[in-house]
Design a protein around this ligand. Structure first.
Ligand SMILES: C[S@@+](CC[C@H](N)C(=O)[O-])C[C@H]1O[C@@H](n2cnc3c(N)ncnc32)[C@H](O)[C@@H]1O
Length: 474
């Protein structure tokens, strides 16, 4: 018999499974690995967790905050993590990096106590990437936990006076090129751009639009915490959150979830002065159909009909769903606005809400700022010009076109309009005059020098929508 004493083996402890953090990790993986959108990935994951009885409302709120916060501040957390990892972050396995980012957010962006943030991240790592890498996660997050966010920003961001754009990029978690583009569009001093960048990091209230003739603001205000919007007569803001999809009016399509900026764009186009008949309206980039639904309802009140055109068949189907039940005539068509399926001069009013970088809607798409590249602009701007030319061909002389983007990037807003108008002037055919859009957004202050309008999250509480109104004169 051996006389050797056996060392007591360390008893293996199973990792603690935390459904909230596992779900947040799954959502981050879907966004990072499959290019999914957090606002689309998260709701079905949350619904399943609730159905399985794993989640209550507080768990859902925490999971949402962890996913949105981690994605939104990714650039800042990457800079902090890079200072705590002894190899380039690109060499860290993406799932491990997701665990680290989630941990960094809990440590630096929430009130979760440091010990709980580290230990829950280590347990998560044990569940999803294994015990070996959990040790690495533990070591890195302990380094992160040594400082608070302000301390870290002083360490990783250059002083403002040395490099203002990089400073703001790290402090407010935006890519540098986005800071530069937003600042160009906004103009002004440091205070304005800081307010805008900070507003981009706030989750907006859910806003509903009561579609005229189908539901009323009074009906929607019966919801707990519902308040009238700030600018649109059809808007209701849900100040206590909740699930808008559960509301009967939203479920039946009589109301929709729609930012007030989008409502204002549709309203301004609908109210822009024109000469001659006002019966045929076109939404040339209609999918998924938010503005088309408001326009179709307004058109119905005035005895006009809306054609809603969309190039992608699956998005055209979404438009058809949204318009179903509209009280007046409408048609949904799959059509490419650069090669119109209608005769020139067919419409009295045309909205062209073009595909864009979406830099005006960063509040609701937390990952978008990191995914977009400045190179994306080339293709988008070329398409935007083509679509605006197509819209001007589609409207009859005397009719109006609204050119809208949910980006304030000057290359997508003023420069597109200026380029197209310059081109038309050289051609000597179609003639266009600009309409001052500002009086068509009554009561809304600080819309810019005109004649176009630019809304801003920090000034108006809306997405940064842009609208130029053009009337064909020949
Ligand atoms: C910014 S979204 C429009 C949002 C929509 N107006 C709303 O309020 O729900 C732009 C839409 O234009 C569509 N699109 C892109 N290229 C197009 C084209 N050449 N012709 C028509 N639609 C196009 C995209 O598929 C996308 O659905």
């Amino acid at each position: 018999m051996s006389t050797r004493q056996r060392r007591p083996s360390r008893t293996y402890r199973r990792p603690q499974r935390d459904p909230v953090r596992i779900l947040a990790f799954e959502a981050l993986r879907a966004v990072g690995e499959r290019g999914a959108y957090a606002n689309l990935v998260l709701p079905p994951l949350l619904a399943r967790a609730k159905e399985d009885g794993e989640f209550d409302a507080r768990d859902a709120a925490l999971a949402t905050e962890l996913v949105y916060g981690t994605l939104r501040r990714q650039g800042t957390y990457d800079a902090v993590l890079a200072a705590c990892v002894d190899r380039p972050l690109g060499e860290v396995d993406p799932p491990v990096l997701d665990v680290l980012s989630l941990g960094a957010h809990q440590l630096l962006g929430t009130r979760i106590p440091s010990h709980a943030a580290v230990s829950s991240s280590v347990e998560l790592a044990r569940c999803v990437v294994g015990d070996g890498r959990a040790k690495f996660v533990n070591a890195v997050l302990r380094r992160v936990a040594a400082h608070d966010l302000d301390d870290w920003l002083e360490r990783v961001a250059p002083p403002y006076d040395e490099d203002p754009e990089r400073h703001l990029a790290l402090v407010h978690a935006h890519p540098r090129w986005v800071v530069a583009a937003l600042w160009d569009a906004l103009g002004g001093d440091r205070a304005g751009i800081e307010q805008l960048l900070a507003a981009d990091n706030e989750r907006p209230l859910v806003t509903l639009a009561a579609r005229p003739g189908r539901s009323t603001v009074e009906e929607l205000r019966a919801e707990p915490g519902a308040e009238p919007g700030r600018w649109s007569p059809y808007a209701v803001r849900l100040t206590e959150g909740g699930e808008p999809g559960a509301l009967a009016a939203v479920r039946d399509g009589r109301a929709g979830v729609q930012d007030e900026g989008s409502q204002l764009v549709a309203l301004a186009l609908a109210n822009a002065p024109l000469t001659g008949p006002d019966r045929r309206w076109l939404d040339g980039c209609a999918g998924p159909g938010g503005k088309a639904a408001l326009l179709a309802a307004l058109a119905a009140e005035r005895g006009a009909a809306l054609v809603a055109a969309e190039r992608q068949p699956h998005r055209a189907r979404l438009v058809a769903d949204v318009l179903d039940g509209n009280p007046g005539p409408y048609q949904v068509v799959v059509a490419d606005g650069t090669r119109p399926a209608w005769r020139p001069g067919s419409f009295d009013r045309v909205l062209i809400d073009v595909p864009c970088t979406g830099l005006g809607a960063l509040r609701r798409r937390p990952e978008a700022r990191w995914r977009r590249r400045p190179e994306d602009l080339d293709g988008l701007v070329a398409l935007q010009r083509e679509l605006l030319r197509g819209a001007l061909a589609a409207v009859r002389p005397g009719g109006v076109v609204g050119y809208a983007t949910c980006s304030p990037h000057l290359a997508e807003t003023r420069l597109v309009v200026a380029d197209v108008l310059k081109g038309l002037a050289g051609e000597g055919g179609t003639a266009v005059e600009r309409i001052d859009a500002r009086p068509l957004l009554p009561g809304v202050p600080e819309l810019g020098p005109g004649p176009d309008v630019q809304l801003w999250p920090h000034r108006h509480g809306t997405d940064a929508m842009y609208l130029a109104l053009l009337r064909r004169t020949a």
